[in-house]
Design a protein around this ligand. Structure first.
Ligand SMILES: Nc1ncnc2c1ncn2[C@@H]1O[C@H](COP(=O)(O)OP(=O)(O)OP(=O)(O)O)[C@@H](O)[C@H]1O
Length: 664
């Protein structure tokens, strides 16, 4: 963004923006124009003397404490940078992810001047407060930028030249901004390069520190590039999921940040994790030559912390054992195991996979019984927290007077009836794993307020306790109602809604799914793992068109009952195996079917004994068909009502009822 534009042209362009709302084309580039527009939208005026936005010392302490690791890894790099620019009247600055300055190192001759525009710890350089400037603009654009002289929106910052680069975490989140600011007369063409390289150095150091319990691959296209600032780094979970990556690592593997936590190494590289690790064990110092599936060659140095090797070996042994038995690999994509081909379901799963392992709360919407909890469990089992607990809480099922102590825990003697030893509470039980809040829309409003505080502060204060306890869990919530509407009507706190709704996915109702046949096959394979069971085609046709108001819960239960009704030697579910309450509903044609009242209409076949398929071919009334079936069952069982009822899949009482109705 270093501008060849003369001072006057920039001033005129800014004036034109203020007067007409448009930047003149060709004078400022698109990125600068976007930033100026944001500055105007924030209510800033170029000549205004805005009071600098400055954090209280308490808030600054809090920010410094929560960015402890970033600061620790940045300080040595900043000192090195400062050495490079020592003579050029500059300051080196580290800001947090909101643009607040946390640490500055400055040339004493320049510091006085810099202090006048508040280039000091605690000052905010977010665009909303200071208009266009390298720190705020790099934050807004998520990319490295240089802002020179009059490109700054506020005229009082026009004596500066600043270059800033975002610092990204191992999971791709922007965690801070590194910047060099100096007198615009001393601007140097290489400053932006220096800042960007230094930001990469910090990112790499941070990544190695935060992923020290992961398997790490240090990558480069040449073995000599490994260990340099230009190396790619990929962090893997012990079963091969990519759980972290620096920018070069992503580029080398042709991935983007959204793939972190959503794909495995083996999907990208042509090597099995076990082979990679065993080669590393034999020759730990030697870079391994690897190939992407597209044939490109890379070199990788594996690094595994000695303290986690035993865990990895154990997981590898488990994986090998599972592979031998033909069972799904430990930690395999448990969501994929639920995927039977419905496009809407798959799209929800694909989206959810992208946030697994990231601090983004997931909200699952869908009718009751569509499988929201199973989906959440599978997601947990597919993610890096799979070894931690999965704690499911049905917010609608806990009595209102117990919900507080149940969720937040209590100390010994907190209230009458409390357990002597106190209780940690369900939220703390989820520490290190996933918290699943089912029916979150049913949570009473006072509890919503407390929950919001927990989610904001990531701490829980048990009932009766003075101190709060830190908690760390991934959050998945589920609801069958439209929470957005509930929050608009005031029935659900809007701020809590935004907090739990990092990503919303909606699971389709069973009647909307296009995969009933493969889904049925999978459910039957689970229900009867030893003997393959199938469904008679005419019944399957009707099961496919039935609206299933209870969704998967109802359907899975019907199949479970039907399998239990199979006699020895039977392997095909027919009408006789359907529970009798459902049989009536299946036989009653749907409204749509009733509207198409022609003999040629494809009316799904109602009950017919499997031995007499021809009986269903003729267009008879349902009642007549039912009576015929009863007659045949009684004949086949020589009048044994109990046996006939069993064959028909109905209770004895229902059979007697049907017989007496027929004789009236
Ligand atoms: N993919 C699936 N495979 C097999 N059975 C399933 C599947 N999904 C759901 N079920 C069956 O449906 C039942 C209900 O599923 P789940 O509790 O996940 O639904 P839900 O949408 O969370 O329901 P609710 O809204 O009532 O809490 C499960 O106990 C299980 O029997």
């Amino acid at each position: 963004m270093r501008s060849p534009s003369p001072l006057l042209a920039l001033r005129q362009a800014r004036q034109q923006l203020l007067e007409t709302g448009q930047c003149p084309e060709g004078v400022v580039d698109a990125r600068l124009a976007r930033s100026w527009h944001r500055s105007v939208a924030a209510g800033l005026a170029p000549t205004a003397r805005v009071a600098p936005e400055h954090a209280s010392s308490h808030h600054l302490r809090h920010v410094l404490a929560s960015n402890h690791a970033l600061l620790a890894h940045s300080r040595p790099v900043m000192e090195y940078m400062f050495d490079q620019v020592r003579q050029s009247q500059s300051v080196v600055v580290l800001a947090d992810s909101a643009g607040m300055l946390m640490h500055t190192l400055g040339d004493p001759f320049f510091v006085d001047k810099a202090e006048r525009v508040a280039l000091t710890s605690g000052a905010s350089w977010a665009e909303a407060h200071r208009g266009t400037n390298a720190i705020g603009t790099a934050l807004a654009e998520r990319s490295a930028v240089e802002i020179h002289g009059s490109e700054h929106f506020l005229e009082r910052n026009g004596f500066l030249t600043c270059a800033a680069s975002p610092i990204l975490s191992a999971t791709g989140e922007l965690t801070g901004i590194l910047d060099i600011s100096g007198d615009h007369r001393n601007g140097h063409a290489h400053t932006l390069g220096l800042v960007s390289t230094a930001a990469r150095m910090i990112e790499n150091r941070l990544m190695v520190a935060t992923c020290k319990r992961n398997i790490r691959l240090h990558l480069h296209v040449q073995p000599e590039g490994i260990g340099s600032v230009a190396e790619g780094i990929i962090a893997l979970s012990d079963d091969g999921w990519i759980v972290g990556a620096n920018r070069v690592g992503l580029a080398l593997l042709r991935l983007n940040a959204g793939d972190i936590g959503a794909t495995t190494m083996e999907r990208v590289l042509d090597v099995r994790l076990d082979d990679l690790l065993s080669r590393h064990k034999r020759r730990p110092q030697l870079p391994q030559q690897l190939r992407l599936h597209n044939g490109a060659v890379l070199f990788a140095q594996v690094q595994v912390d000695a303290s986690v090797l035993p865990v990895i070996n154990q997981t590898a042994a488990l994986r090998a054992a599972y592979a031998v038995e033909g069972s799904p690999a430990a930690g395999a994509d448990a969501l994929a195991a639920l995927d039977t081909g419905d496009a809407r379901w798959r799209s929800a799963a694909d989206k959810a996979r992208r946030v697994v392992g990231k601090p983004i709360p997931l909200l699952i919407q869908g009718e009751s019984g569509v499988g929201k909890e199973m989906f959440a469990r599978a997601l947990h089992a597919s993610g890096p927290r799979r070894d931690g607990p999965f704690v499911a809480i049905n917010c609608g099922a806990i009595p209102e007077n117990l919900i507080e102590s149940e969720l937040f825990g209590y100390v010994a003697g907190a209230f009458t009836g409390a357990r002597k030893e106190g209780s940690p509470g369900r939220l703390r039980e989820a520490h290190g794993g996933t918290l699943f809040l089912d029916e979150i829309g049913d949570m009473p409003l006072p509890m919503q307020t407390r929950l919001l505080r927990v989610l904001q502060e990531r701490t829980v204060t048990p009932v009766g306790a003075g101190k709060s306890v830190a908690v760390d869990f991934a959050l998945i919530s589920a609801t069958h109602c439209k929470l957005a509407e509930a929050s608009e009507k005031g029935a659900f706190r809007q701020d809590l809604y935004y907090r739990i709704n990092g990503l919303t996915v909606t699971l389709p109702a069973l009647r909307e799914r296009s995969d009933l046949v493969p889904l049925t096959e999978r459910l039957l394979a689970d229900l009867s793992p030893d003997v393959p069971v199938q469904v008679a085609p005419d019944l399957m046709q009707r099961l496919t068109s039935y609206p299933w108001p209870g969704n998967l819960r109802q359907y899975a239960s019907v199949l479970r009952i039907a399998c239990a009704m199979l006699q020895d030697g039977e392997d095909t579910l027919g009408w006789t195996h359907m529970p009798d309450d459902l049989l009536d509903a299946l036989q009653a044609p749907s409204l749509a079917e009733r509207m198409v009242d022609t003999p040629s209409a494809q009316t799904p076949a109602p009950y017919a004994p499997d031995a007499q398929p021809a009986a269903v071919q003729a267009p008879q009334s349902l009642q007549a068909l039912s009576q015929a079936a009863i007659q045949q069952a009684l004949e086949a069982t020589r009048g044994n009502v109990s046996l006939a009822a069993r064959q028909l899949g109905i209770s004895r009482q229902t059979l007697y009822r049907k017989l007496s109705a027929a004789s009236v």
